[in-house]
Design a protein around this ligand. Structure first.
Ligand code: NAD
Length: 422
């Protein structure tokens, strides 16, 4: 008979678990998912099994949650839960303003702590919690979920590979329409978010995310200035009553980092113009730029400075060699791309078909006119084996007594940058 692994049931008090974040992110997608997978295996083959007790005000809601997700324990008495030695971890996803007090209480009872962001609504309160947790010697952590979004992981890889050269600046655009409830579409966020008196506001809600993203990817923050605005003045709450918005729904923040990088983030619960993604982050460096949409589908667009001239032989061999070099530069930094565009300067008007892509010149610098910005065309191709597939029709030209074959579209070009959507 094979020996069963030892299972450690770890009691976790989950408070605020009837809310949006508490139910979806933390109960269903984290704790229930881990339980379904049979817990977490340790290096020595034992198993850690989270054993939650759901805490809240409404016993009916708690019972329903337990029933739906196969949880056996629930309580409306937080103090009693904190007194129970079986539960060694306190988790909090209550509304922001209620967190500091509850976490402090849990620390005083010797519980390890994990909680939603922000930990508090003032720096003093947040620092106070940190000191209390340190003094009590309990393990403590705050949600920093965005760091593991695929696009951000990709950005970090690029930064570490030196792809950007020296990073100069970073621009973040975050935002989506949160409906005001006046039309037929229900608002997607709780109404307390828009009331200062209930500790709402996008500055306290989102800048904590930007803080850990910036510090983990770009450097230590030296200073921040932030302009908040309440663009939508009136909304409708969960009961259908119209209320005045007293908290900021938009934030325009500029961070200066110790290393000289300038980071600007716009955040909004009111606008969404040409934003396919909730969040895009553009990084600009001396050697390259990238725009990452860090959401579920990683979409990353890189522009790498190449500055390579075609070799002296015009036409396909030169182009191929040049592209090979350019793609080599980029793929060394960021791995294999799916489709590549090379931006070209110089050359003359023309259009040439390629095996799996196309080369198109002349849009901006028609007829060989040098274009002011230097960009006159673009080549794109699919790099399954792009360079082998690339075929550009060439023509015969006569120079003095010599006849040679060349392609009118691509002679005398320089590839100045390569763009790879990853
Ligand atoms: N990590 C992220 O990306 C992310 C995203 C959204 C929200 N959040 C954070 O999660 C927290 C919860 O946000 P939400 O959108 O889930 O809010 P929500 O309003 O949906 O849920 C709030 C929870 O607090 C409880 N609660 C409210 N008032 C209470 C009271 N008086 N007494 C006891 N319990 C009370 C509610 O019952 C509910 O369980 C916030 O601090 C927010 O900043 C994090």
């Amino acid at each position: 008979m094979t020996e069963q692994p030892k299972i450690h049931n770890v009691g976790i008090i989950m408070n605020g678990v009837t809310g949006r974040m508490g139910t979806n992110q933390h109960l269903v997608q984290s704790i229930c998912a881990i339980r379904k997978e049979g817990g977490i295996k340790t290096a020595d083959g034992e198993i850690i099994m989270p054993d939650p007790i759901l805490v809240g005000r409404n016993s009916l809601k708690l019972r329903e949650l337990c029933h739906t997700h196969g949880i056996t324990r629930a309580s409306t008495d937080l103090d009693a839960c904190l007194d129970d030695p079986q539960s060694i971890i306190y988790f909090d996803a209550q509304t922001t303003g209620r967190r500091a007090e509850a976490v402090k209480k849990a620390i005083a009872k010797g519980k390890h702590v994990y909680c939603e962001k922000p930990t508090a609504v003032s720096s003093e309160q947040a620092y106070d919690l940190y000191k209390a947790a340190k003094a009590a010697g309990v393990k403590n952590g705050v949600v920093q979920d965005k760091l593991w979004l695929p696009g951000l992981v990709k950005l970090k890889t690029l930064i570490e590979s030196g792809f950007f050269g020296d990073i100069l600046s970073v621009r973040g655009e975050f935002g989506y329409w949160v409906f005001d409830g006046k039309g037929q579409v229900a608002p997607q966020r709780p109404s307390w978010n828009y009331r200062k008196e209930d500790d709402g506001g996008i500055i306290s809600d989102m800048l904590c995310h930007w803080q850990y993203i910036i510090q983990n990817l770009f450097g230590e923050i030296q200073s921040v200035t932030c302009l908040g605005a309440t663009h939508v003045k009136e909304r409708v709450d969960e009961q259908g009553n119209t209320y005045r918005c007293t908290a900021d729904d938009s934030a325009y923040a500029t961070f200066q980092l110790h290393n000289g990088v300038i980071v600007h983030f716009n955040s909004s619960w009111a606008v969404r113009v040409r934003r396919d993604d909730l969040l895009t982050i553009q990084v600009d460096g001396t050697k390259g730029s990238a725009v990452a949409a860090p959401d579920v589908e990683p979409r990353c667009r890189l522009r790498h400075q190449v500055r390579r001239r075609l070799d002296t032989r015009p036409g396909l061999p030169g182009l191929r060699q040049c592209l090979q070099g350019a793609v080599g530069d980029v793929s060394a930094a960021c791995g294999q791309g799916r489709a590549v565009e090379a931006y070209i300067t110089g050359g003359r008007e023309g259009r040439a078909a390629c095996g799996t892509g196309y080369a198109e010149l002349g849009e901006e610098g028609v007829g060989g006119r040098p274009s002011a910005g230097g960009m006159i065309g673009r080549i794109s191709w699919i790099p399954d084996n792009p360079l082998l597939n690339l075929s550009v029709p060439s023509r015969e030209v006569t120079q003095g007594n010599q006849k040679s074959k060349c392609n009118p579209a691509i002679e005398n070009c320089s590839i100045v940058s390569v763009v790879i959507p990853l």
